[in-house]
Design a protein around this ligand. Structure first.
Ligand SMILES: Cc1cc2nc3c(=O)[nH]c(=O)nc-3n(C[C@H](O)[C@H](O)[C@H](O)COP(=O)(O)OP(=O)(O)OC[C@H]3O[C@@H](n4cnc5c(N)ncnc54)[C@H](O)[C@@H]3O)c2cc1C
Ligand code: FES
Length: 296
């Protein structure tokens, strides 16, 4: 589990500030929240509940891509893909429309880990890493940002990533599977070339499709590097209640959960040792905490 502290969540009304096309079929959404809504850290997420009449009953989980304090309000930014009923309905919300936001939820990236931070984004997985780049820039830490997609037209967010990364002397590295932009290959192949040139230890923070995260996890484990991976699962509550977002723990993590349960005398409160909940144990997990053979 990510050591970045879990924080207290709340449900708040929010208003759409900006809703616009972001390229490659993605959307950029900004919501204004009351000032007392706790600012999320990079890697945390919120649950967005559409206003009635809504075509979906449950809220939809969304990573936070940006958080800015504006006077008495907090503005959160989201980069999303309209893939189904809920996210397509989200695209119809005009500035001023109301949404209910629950958060901040889950554990974020442990950006304070010593070493060279390497942010690895695949496709829309760039969302939480834009925020991570901002946070590292505020801490005056240069980052290496590896951004990959199948082809150059799918690199939505490239300009935002470049702007954030170069602010503190960091570097952006682009990879496309078809070679249409940057390195010809995937992000793990690029990581393999880049990592030996960086001051050790390399600490990877990644987000993207699960097959990409699985490859990053295997790469990091084989080289003894840390990798923190933002996972997704279909979610209902987002707060650990419904037990509907399981991810398979590794044997090492299972033993640790059992030992912690035995030591505290409250094994039942530690949950199921075989399954982590993506919403409360994650969504950011260290590579060694999940069983990548069984991650879907
Ligand atoms: C922690 C977390 C952070 C997320 N951050 C982002 C983000 O920053 N930007 C973004 O665009 N999306 C993000 N997602 C995914 C987003 O929540 C789903 O795409 C959304 O819930 C789909 O809702 P829908 O009603 O549009 O689709 P539905 O009609 O419910 O489903 C459409 C299709 O999407 C699949 N689906 C639903 N939820 C997920 C999921 N979580 N992962 C993969 N497939 C899913 C369904 O199985 C179905 O095939 C995140 C998910 C999680 C768990
Ligand atoms: S979504 Fe309900 S426990 Fe994770």
């Amino acid at each position: 589990m990510s050591p970045a502290a879990a924080r207290t969540w709340r449900q708040s009304p929010a208003r759409v500030r900006i809703q616009r096309d972001y390229g490659a079929g993605f959307r950029w959404l900004e919501l204004d929240l009351p000032a007392d809504f706790e600012a999320p850290v990079a890697g945390q997420f919120v649950q967005l509940l559409l206003p009635p009449p809504s075509p979906v009953l449950l809220p939809r989980p969304m990573s936070v891509a940006g958080a800015v304090r504006r006077g008495r309000a907090l503005t959160l930014g989201f980069l999303y893909a309209p893939v189904g009923t809920g996210t397509r309905a989200l695209t119809a919300l005009e500035p001023g429309a109301g949404v209910s936001v629950t958060g901040p939820l889950g554990h974020g990236y442990p950006l304070e880990r010593p070493g060279t931070p390497v942010l690895v984004a695949g496709g829309r997985g760039v969302a939480p890493l834009l925020m991570a780049a901002d946070a590292l820039a505020k801490r005056r830490r240069a980052v290496e940002f590896v951004f990959g997609a199948r082809t150059k037209s799918l690199l939505a967010g490239l300009a935002d990533a470049r702007e954030r990364v170069t602010r503190r002397g960091g570097r952006l590295h682009v990879a496309t599977d078809d070679g249409s932009r940057g390195f010809h290959g995937n992000v793990v192949e690029l990581l393999e070339k880049l990592a030996p040139k960086l001051p050790p230890p390399v600490v990877v923070h990644a987000c993207g499709p699960h097959p990409m995260l699985s490859a990053v996890a295997r790469w990091a484990t084989a080289r003894g590097a840390e990798a923190w991976l933002a996972m997704e699962s279909v979610m209902a509550c987002g707060t650990g209640v419904c037990r509907g977002c399981p991810l398979p723990r590794s044997g090492e993590a299972r033993d640790r959960v059992l030992a912690e349960g035995a030591a505290s005398g409250a094994a039942a409160l530690k949950g199921n040792p075989d399954w982590a909940m993506c919403c409360t144990d994650g969504p950011v997990f260290e590579a060694r905490d999940l069983d990548w053979e069984r991650v879907e």
